[in-house]
Design a protein around this ligand. Structure first.
Ligand SMILES: CC(C)(COP(=O)(O)OP(=O)(O)OC[C@H]1O[C@@H](n2cnc3c(N)ncnc32)[C@H](O)[C@@H]1OP(=O)(O)O)[C@@H](O)C(=O)NCCC(=O)NCCS
Length: 161
């Protein structure tokens, strides 16, 4: 199967934090941010695989700084590496108040998506062809993360990439 670049499936989405997205302190709800992350990553995975993809797992997500009501949140989703039927998608979340304010890195999330057929069975995905230095670094790190994550998959040994 022919490889695809990271650029081919990269997704950039922007959200405005509205009152309905916040808690009593005016901070963005963690669940809302997780929803936005899942959607951005799902679009990226679908574009890379050219098929419907499901979320298999989400690595631990840490909320470093609150994101406030009225802030602009940008999510950039990229496929870090594809394995047989699964892909690691990285989502970088940044936030800023006004257009002239500095951009803050709010979160980084790693999600695993699996491409499926119409019966819900996993199907092969194209390999990722990293181009930039950063893409090569993420590609290498994705393998180490996969090994760790599959160790926690109940009753299963990690599959060979
Ligand atoms: C994800 C799912 C398709 C995997 O099916 P499965 O029968 O366990 O398939 P396999 O054991 O053959 O694994 C398929 C791939 O998924 C990966 N995978 C499965 N569970 C995983 C997990 N918890 N974390 C990371 N990867 C996982 C495997 O490593 C394998 O990857 P590879 O082919 O690249 O090596 C299946 O568990 C499922 O449908 N889960 C529900 C998904 C869902 O509803 N998500 C939320 C809504 S989208």
């Amino acid at each position: 199967m022919e490889g695809k670049s990271v650029r081919f499936s990269q997704v950039m989405t922007t959200q405005l934090v509205l009152p309905n997205d916040t808690n009593q302190l005016g901070n963005l709800l963690g669940g809302t941010l997780m929803h936005w992350i899942d959607i951005a990553a799902a679009i990226c995975a679908k574009q890379h695989a050219g098929r419907v993809c499901v979320t298999a797992s989400v690595d631990g997500l840490t909320f470093h700084h609150p994101i406030k009501l009225g802030e602009i949140v940008t999510l950039q989703a990229s496929v870090n590496r594809a394995f047989r039927t699964s892909m690691e998608i990285g989502v970088l979340v940044t936030a800023r108040g006004e257009a002239s304010d500095p951009v803050r890195r709010a979160n980084t999330a790693y999600l695993t998506f699996v491409a499926i057929d119409s019966q819900g069975r996993p199907v092969s995905v194209p390999p990722v062809v990293p181009e930039t230095e950063e893409e090569h670094r993420r590609y290498a790190e994705a393998l180490a993360r996969r090994e760790l994550r599959l160790q926690h998959r109940p009753g299963r040994a990690p599959a060979q990439p």
